[in-house]
Structure formats: structure tokens, C-alpha cells
Design a binder for this molecule. Sequence first.
Ligand code: ATP
Length: 339
Amino acid sequence: MAAVVVKDLRKVFGDVAALDGVSLSVRDGEFLVLLGPSGCGKTTFLRIIAGLERQTSGDVLINDEIVNDITPRARGVAMVFQSYGLYPHLTVANNIAFPLRTQGTTRPEIGRKVEWAAGLLGIDHLLHRRPRQLSGGERQRVALARALVRNPTVFLLDEPLSNLDAKLRASARSELKQFQQKVATTTIYVTHDQVEAMGMGDRIAVIDHGKLRQVGTPSAIYDHPADDFVASFLGTPPMNLVEHSGGLLGFRPEHFLPREMLDGAALSELLFRIDRMEYLGSERILYGALDGFQAKCDVAAKLPAHVPLSGIRAGEWHKFAVREAELRYFDRDGRCTVS
Ligand code: ATP
């Protein structure tokens, strides 16, 4: 069963099409990540599903019911914002209880639900504190607990980890994913961070300029990008794209290796001039140019750092290769032709 379906959704602000005909089905219990660059329409998409914004055209269905004319509260969705939106003058317990109070839930029932949500998110010991006495990660858990007590059909999360530092973010990411699996509530998670998207999403929907470019599992999107935008949005460094008889030829840096490291047939050999090298601890990235090809930007090769770089020097040409199975071809319009 699909929990959320959007059909041909359009939203126009003045002369900007923030969403330009997006159709998407989110399955019951799924963790779907909406990934795209800043300004591509992600927040607008969530706000329309939540009922906080009215679409210009198209339909939103929740559990098979068209909800276009249904109020945000009656839609059964809970949205967690980037800023968490906690009330600074209320304790954690009262912040979590807030949506229940406005629903007229009885006092003992509120107590039970707050305890249950706080227990699930590991914040039972913080119930008497106020938001300013909490770390960023703790605030995020309070915001999630407040969303959870409403027992929503769908969680809508808008970059909920963006205020956390890198280390806390990594642990909050896995905590959030485990939590979602435990409660099995359908979740739409917005981010512009591809690492977050790859690590968390059951599926990823890549959006650019209000248009959906591809929806698929992280590995499908990474290994078989539908177009050159998706290919160059995922991966660090992203897929190498070089001009090739009227289209583009793509290959990932980790598949572009010194010729002697690859054995067997079906290899494409390329002459690579290394201009600079970056040592990143676990890997080394070599940047440079290819003989006979125009690239959109520097071509990159990614090698495990433990591989000895005997004879490879900056400024010289070296024989590199890619397995033909790892080559991707894109047509004049950027769409993948063979994959
Ligand atoms: P970010 O990652 O930076 O938060 P986003 O992908 O969430 O961006 P949206 O906030 O959905 O993007 O905005 C999509 C486009 O619509 C942008 O060009 C934005 O300027 C425009 N936009 C959004 N809200 C409004 C509004 N209320 N009035 C006018 N334009 C708007």
C-alpha cells in the first residue's frame, strides 16, 4: 500500500515553478529521502503534503484519500522542521505533550504517551529541562518525540540534522534511522546531503529545479544514474563526465585505476595526466586530464591509500583504465542511454 501519493504536483510562486509536475508514490513504512540542491523545491514539497501550502495543481493522497482540501491537523502527518520549533518557555515534557493538549487528550493518557515517546528516544532524564539546556541532538529528539506522540501516518522531516556538528550528525543519523525502523512510520526526509541520503534512504528521490530526476534505491541511483545531473550530484568526487561523440561518457573515480591494477579483458584504456593528488587517510584522489577527451571538470581517480603509487608522478601521463561494464553513456539531453 502506498501511504503518500502525489500526482502531477505543480507549485508556482510568481514566475518560479518550485514544483514542476512531480509524481511520486511513497510506500507504507518506507523511509524515502528527497534529495536535491538548495532551492530545488524540497521544502515546498513537504509543506504541500503537510497542508501548510496549497499546490497550484495536482493531487496529494494519504492512505488512498485525496487530502487537497483537508486541514493540516486532519491529515495525520507530523512535520519536524530544521529549527525544531520547540517552545523555549516550556519543559521538555510539556513540549512533547503540547500537541496532545490541543487535541483534548486526558491527563493520564498524556502522561503515558510522553513517557513512552521519551523512553523510545532515550530522553526520559531530560523531561524537566527547558530547550536551552539541551544539546542540538537532544533538541532534535524532543522534536521527534513531539511528532511521535501524535501517532502520525507520515513523518515529514525537513533537514532535521542540519544544525548538528559533523560527529553528532553521524550518530544522530543512525539513531534516527533505527528509530524509524522501530516505529515503522512512513517517513519523507528532506536533505541536500548525498551522504545522508545514501545512508538513510530505503529509496531516494532526486529532485532538481522542481522536477523529479530519478527515484530508486541508493545503489540503483549510484550505479545507474538516469541522467547526467544525478550522476554528478552523487559521489565524492562525483562521476567523471567527458565529451564523447555528441554525448557524455561517465565513469566513477573508484573505477578509474592504473592499468596494471586491472586484469582481464573488456577494459577501456585512457591516458591520464595527473595534475594534483589529495591524501585523505583511507584513500587518495588523483585529479588531472585525459588525452583526447574534453571533460566538464577535472577527471578524478580514487585509489585506496594503501595501494603503493610506484612510478605515478604529478605532471606525467600514465596508462589508466576502466572496465567497460562500469562505463555509462548519456545522450545529448543528458539521459542515460546504456547502463
Ligand atoms: P533549501 O534546501 O535551500 O531549503 P528547497 O529545495 O527546500 O531549498 P524550496 O524552499 O522549496 O527549496 O524553494 C523552491 C523555490 O521556490 C525556490 O526558488 C524559492 O526561492 C521559491 N520559493 C519558495 N517559497 C516561496 C515563497 N513563499 N514565495 C516565493 N518563492 C518561494
